[in-house]
Design a protein around this ligand. Structure first.
Ligand SMILES: C[S@@+](CC[C@H](N)C(=O)[O-])C[C@H]1O[C@@H](n2cnc3c(N)ncnc32)[C@H](O)[C@@H]1O
Length: 182
């Protein structure tokens, strides 16, 4: 007879390891997992005035808090880039079984390897180190008029066009946000 306490301990250990993997495995790439809060998502999309003419790149799409709202409520084309495979499966399932699938692309990979030239809006909820590494990439690839909206962490050295303290959201317009490039 197996001791029920032992079984419970094994189950709890498995749950803890699985949760730890899900949340922290992508840390080295640029951020762990935490969905962007609904109010912050709304502020990000409103700040960037996202609409049907936009192509939104969500860098680190998670389970889609930004991706699906941008496509379904704002009518934008959206590219969600995600490195963690379980979240990619969730994103693909949500895309497949919901509306506006033709406007949503889910890309499994590392956003540092992606070309941002097609993006009119870039959204991010990442760690400060990732924002710092993204800056030179933004500066070489963003097209004039593109907007970058970030929750929680600024693009170091750039001047936000707007900042909302309540939701901790930064809006940048390229190239005005970059003093030397303006
Ligand atoms: C804080 S979550 C943000 C989730 C999502 N944007 C949302 O609105 O809910 C950050 C996500 O970025 C992903 N990520 C981190 N670094 C990445 C990289 N270099 N390339 C692609 N995805 C990355 C993580 O796996 C995680 O799902």
């Amino acid at each position: 007879m197996v001791d029920p306490t032992f079984v419970l301990a094994v189950v709890l250990l498995i749950v803890a390891v699985a949760t730890g993997y899900f949340v922290f495995a992508s840390f080295a790439f640029g951020a762990g997992y935490e969905p962007t809060p609904r109010k912050a998502v709304e502020k990000m999309l409103a700040f960037a005035a996202v609409g049907p003419d936009d192509t939104v790149f969500d860098l680190g799409a998670g389970t889609g808090a930004i991706v699906f709202r941008a496509a379904r409520r704002h009518g934008a084309r959206v590219v969600g880039v995600e490195v963690e495979p379980i979240r990619v499966l969730v994103l693909r399932a949500r895309r497949r079984f919901g509306p506006a699938a033709d406007r949503i692309a889910i890309h499994w990979g590392n956003f540092f390897r992606l070309d941002f030239r097609r993006a009119t809006v870039v959204t991010a909820f990442l760690w400060p180190g990732a924002m710092a590494r993204l800056r030179p990439k933004f500066e070489s690839e963003l097209t004039v008029g593109a907007r970058v909206v970030s929750h929680c962490h600024a693009v170091p050295g750039w001047t936000p066009t707007e900042y909302d303290r309540a939701t901790d959201v930064y809006l940048y317009r390229w190239p005005e946000c970059h003093g030397d490039a303006a």
